[in-house]
Design a binder for this molecule. Structure first.
Ligand SMILES: C[S@@+](CC[C@H](N)C(=O)[O-])C[C@H]1O[C@@H](n2cnc3c(N)ncnc32)[C@H](O)[C@@H]1O
Ligand code: SF4
Length: 346
């Protein structure tokens, strides 16, 4: 794939990503209805090999990245995903997170995760559960997947491994299970439960009639705030989408947790891009980042693009998350600006 460096480098940019999300593969063993990355048939031979990923990971950490997320597709289809996360800790990463559908916790994988977590306690494993029952989860992820995922988690825990987080995409068909999902997160020992809206990306386009509207989000967020007070773990809300589930024209919007996400993504072939909506506007390549001065140039371009895009991006709440301590407090600058009058208009 050609690398479009659409944003010129500006050395004075102070942006340095604190987190890099590595999509090790886009291949997957599932075909979820909502998948934002529906590239399951992409060939493995376009994926970077482990020596290349190790060089990139080391360079990221030297460049100030503190947290690496290994995702996909299904990251565990790459045999060395666990060792790569452990390697990131060896070269100085403070936190790593493997995001997985969990079904591949079998064979020697549970034992390998358990020993990596014993050595590196900040090696996290987040599993996606799209409902607290087979009916809701399987609707999204396929017949039998709820029970298979629960059995797989049992195998991981029996080997001494830990689930540190759950991910749940909320929509009309599972929003009634918020408390049950939180109970499940508690039973599985999660430290964080992250909820997402259904984002209109990839295959989710076909199920957008299930998305939650603004009143539904308001009552759901109120419920989530209650749930988070009652539970010992953190509930993280990656919020609704401006102008879509949550019309910014209403003049009152929830607060993003951050101005923009200090995160950059890398595809399986090493293409670096800021986030899924900017996938077609890459800022460089993993190979470039490992050359002299490469990381700084790449981070500068990524920062310039984020500063130019995040403020008006309808996905901002989805990637930066909601600040639940200050919800629904509009600030003047968040209100939609009136169009300036057209010259000559009477
Ligand atoms: C793309 S998946 C990759 C990791 C792994 N295969 C899994 O399903 O957990 C990463 C996360 O994105 C979520 N996700 C996928 N499509 C989405 C969409 N259209 N909107 C919101 N979240 C989505 C998944 O539920 C999962 O928690
Ligand atoms: S959401 Fe995850 S498990 Fe489901 S198809 Fe996409 S990558 Fe695979």
């Amino acid at each position: 794939m050609s690398i479009l460096t659409t944003v010129p480098a500006r050395p004075q940019s102070a942006f340095r990503p604190r987190q890099v999300q590595i999509l090790l593969t886009e291949r997957c063993n599932l075909r979820c209805r909502h998948c934002a990355v529906p590239e399951e048939d992409s060939p493995a031979d376009r994926e970077l090999d482990m020596p290349a990923w190790r060089r990139f990971v080391q360079r990221c950490v030297e460049g100030g990245v503190r947290s690496l997320v290994f995702s996909g597709g299904e990251a565990l289809l790459r045999p060395d995903a666990v060792e790569l996360a452990a390697y990131a800790h060896e070269v100085g990463a403070e936190r790593t997170t493997l995001v997985t559908n969990g079904l591949l916790f079998r064979g020697d994988i549970p034992g390998r995760i358990a020993s990596a977590q014993a050595q590196h306690p900040a090696f996290g494993v987040h599993v996606s559960i799209d409902g607290a029952s087979p009916r809701t989860h399987d609707w999204m992820r396929g017949e039998g997947t709820f029970r298979r995922t629960m059995r797989a988690i049992d195998r991981l825990q029996a080997a001494g491994g830990r689930i540190t987080g759950l991910h749940t995409v909320l929509h009309q068909g599972n929003a009634h299970e918020v408390s049950d999902c939180a109970d499940l997160a508690g039973r599985l020992g999660a430290e964080v439960w992250t909820v997402f809206p259904l984002a209109d990306l990839g295959r989710a386009h076909g199920i957008m009639d299930r998305r939650l509207d603004e009143p539904a989000w308001r009552s759901l967020i109120a419920r989530i705030i209650e749930v988070s007070r009652e539970r010992p773990f953190t509930v993280s809300v990656m919020g609704p989408v401006y102008g879509d589930e949550w019309p910014a024209s209403a003049g009152e919007v929830p607060r993003p947790r951050a101005e923009h996400a200090l995160q950059t993504c890398v595809g399986p072939d090493g293409v670096v891009f800021n986030c899924p909506p900017l996938r077609d506007h890459p800022v460089g390549s993993a190979a470039e980042a490992t050359g002299p001065g490469g990381w700084t140039r790449l981070a500068d371009r990524a920062g310039e693009q984020l500063l130019a895009s995040c403020g008006t991006c309808k996905f901002l709440l989805l990637c930066a998350g909601l600040d639940l301590t200050r919800p629904y407090q509009p600030r003047a600058k968040d209100r939609p600006r009136a169009m300036p009058p057209l010259a000559g208009a009477g």
